[in-house]
Design a protein around this ligand. Sequence first.
Ligand code: PBG
Length: 327
Amino acid sequence: MSYPQRRPRRLRRTEALRSMVAETSLATNDLIAPLFVKEGIDEPVPIPSLPGILAHTPSSVVAEAKELAALGIPSVLVFGITDRRDPLGSCAYDPNGIAQVALRRLVDTLGDSMVIMADLCIDEYTDHGHCGILDPLGNVDNDATLAIYSQVAVAQAEAGAHVVAPSGMMDGQVQAIRKALDESGHTDVAILAYSAKYASSLYGPFRDAVSVSIVGGGNRRGYQQDPRNLREALLEVALDVEEGADMVMIKPALAYLDVIAAVRANVVVPVAAYHVSGEYAMVVAAAERGLVDREAVILEHVGAIKRAGADMIITYFAKELARIIHA
Ligand code: PBG
């Protein structure tokens, strides 16, 4: 070999050198914690499919959010769990629906010190389990669903949400929601669009957590994206930005790092990635069996999502990760 000899290992020799040249780093302000609030319970209850995660009452969710804020986590994403289901998912836009009750409590207590986000969808509240309402033939009716989403957005905004996050993958949902928010005077409520949401097998533990099963053993492949496609994600993202999305999201995260990188290169708005329930559960299960080192894998997985280009990461590990970062 000719001189000078390139020896990349020189910069790997000490921890201080490695830190100095690190290209990315994880910080608590990259993290968004998903929070579940359940109707009809007096105390928080464990979620069996997501070991370590609780379904909260409206008061325990406030305590949890405060704890997260104290750890430096700037934001939470609220999901409601209810047994009151109907064809329209009306609990999603009921001002006294569980999510709205929790949002109001969170905003009353935390004010603007934390970003309070609301997942905007109806599958947790429909008796058929789809993210949209059904036409007489049982198909998801895109445009009729937009009217429902608009009502949900307004209810969440009136409850005080700073950000609404539409996750139903209906065409035109961002535009419809933006219009409904503006027309009801909520011009300052932002939209984080689940733009590239794939029809993934990694949502199982979440669906168990919110007890969603899709009627007739159905699936979401008619509206969520085909995991084989990347360019389609760029189209979805471009449409959402055009329709007024303030931020966009890719979901899941680890199996879609190429999508995160491509989206990051294509838009100027902030990019979020959702490290989903199945990604969480696999690490928890493998660590429980002693097959992997839990902390190390959490850092490597969430770090990879950051390196791929995500500005914000929604993860069930948020609290644990904040503790690891502070340690
Ligand atoms: C739909 C929604 C889902 C998740 C978040 N919002 C489930 C789905 O599309 O079936 C999944 C989140 C996760 O798996 O962690 N409202």
